[in-house]
Design a protein around this ligand. Structure first.
Ligand SMILES: [Zn+2]
Length: 181
């Protein structure tokens, strides 16, 4: 049976999320969603539902509706902290998706050398700064691959985003048992 992957981008064109200089969380989230979706479709033949293409980005209440019936649903965010030194990878969900959170976080940690936060990259969905955890409650994963507020990590992400997104896509494909096409 064909696996269904849902990928959504946190925030929106009217809610930029966290900002560092000219870089906005909403834009980085859309970029990650678009790249990971294209790799999963083109290299693994998976069915991927998104909350928009390009700069498209549905509001959360619409994005949440995509989750039902999917094998995994991931919403991309970037983390932010008052301390510029804060670093690392984490994903938030209900306990049911703990393993998925760890798989996603591990993929990014292995590709970048960034540390795993929380329990091997997993944090319970009530541990976050976002008011978007309706997504986790609906069965999805709120993924924070890096801190936009960390200048070095942001620069590294922008230089290596294709490799990092490929690592995320490969981990998702492996976890759902997809073979390369
Ligand atoms: Zn966010």
């Amino acid at each position: 049976m064909s696996k269904i992957i849902v990928l959504t981008a946190g925030h929106s064109n009217t809610d930029p999320g966290a900002v560092n200089g000219s870089d906005r969380e909403a834009d980085l989230a859309q970029d990650m969603r678009n790249i990971v979706a294209s790799i999963l479709r083109d290299d693994y033949g998976l069915t991927v539902k998104t909350d928009g293409t390009g700069k498209g980005n549905m509001p959360l209440r619409e994005a949440v509706k995509l989750i039902r019936g999917s094998d995994v649903a991931v919403e991309f965010h970037t983390n932010a902290a008052a301390s510029k030194a804060a670093t690392g990878v984490e994903a938030l969900s209900t306990p049911k998706n703990k393993r998925w959170c760890q798989v996603l976080s591990r993929a990014v940690a292995d590709a970048t050398g960034w540390k795993l936060r929380g329990d091997g990259g997993f944090k319970p969905d009530n541990a976050g700064q976002h008011s978007r955890l309706a997504y986790a409650q609906a069965g999805g994963i709120v993924f924070e691959p890096f801190f936009i507020s960390n200048d070095a990590d942001l620069k590294f992400f922008k230089e290596r985003k294709w490799a990092i997104c490929r690592a995320i896509a490969t981990a998702i494909a492996m976890e759902v048992g997809a073979a390369r096409v």
